[in-house]
Design a protein around this ligand. Sequence first.
Ligand SMILES: [Zn+2]
Length: 272
Amino acid sequence: MPEWPEMEHYRTQLSSLLGGKRITGVVVNREGSINEPPEAFANALANRTILFVERRGKHLLFHLDDGNRLLLHLMLGGWLYYGTEAKKEDSRFQVIIRLFDGNSLYFGGLRLGYLHLVSAKSALEQMKQLGPEPFDQRLTLEAFRKLFSGKRGRLKTALTDQKFIAGIGNCYSDEICFEAKLHPARSVPDLDAAAIERLYAAMRKVLIEAKEAGGYMEHPLTENDNVTGGYNSRCLVYDRGGEPCIVCGHEIQHETLSSRKMFYCPQCQGTA
Ligand SMILES: [Zn+2]
């Protein structure tokens, strides 16, 4: 599932591609991906202009000129493509937004993912449930420490809890724990001040590096895009069970924690 780096990468790319562009039409191939009857959805979007694109947690919010928002969550398997219809087979996409300049924004892989048309108030209400953004200026080391001081349970479970911190999922929680040299199943109340400080630095380092490398999405965003997915081969532990750790050579372990996949190096990250 796309996480902070993937969605932040999409946000920056789409902001320049979509900002100020008028919607001329909408194709809905899967009604379950939207929250209104297709015709009403298409009518509400026709002739609206996309002002800018915002990201909150793993969501993208497309701000429209009538004050409403398109709220996107890609969930597992969702992805985006931007370009001309000649290049893509339309039926492969659940929703397509046509723009006045001949380009379209294509929404693929939306099975659990969704694109909802909501009011500003409703969007705000839904986003209110999320925890702080990893790079919120108010989330200083001190605030991060405070946040963790009230948390119980396992480290990976805390990092992937969207109501605790927004935007981190299965992949980057493992990468952050590896960078911080902490076992992902460590008990949060057992983490000392030095561990929390390493965790804070690791979160910021891993997320920014992954975003700058283009995240791990498999599909390019545009025809000539060679940035998206650049981080795919750079994960150090995630999905590398059985491979040698690049730091110490020990075999990377693959276990399950609360029905989530968990990858770690027992030598570098110690025990739970
Ligand atoms: Zn190691």
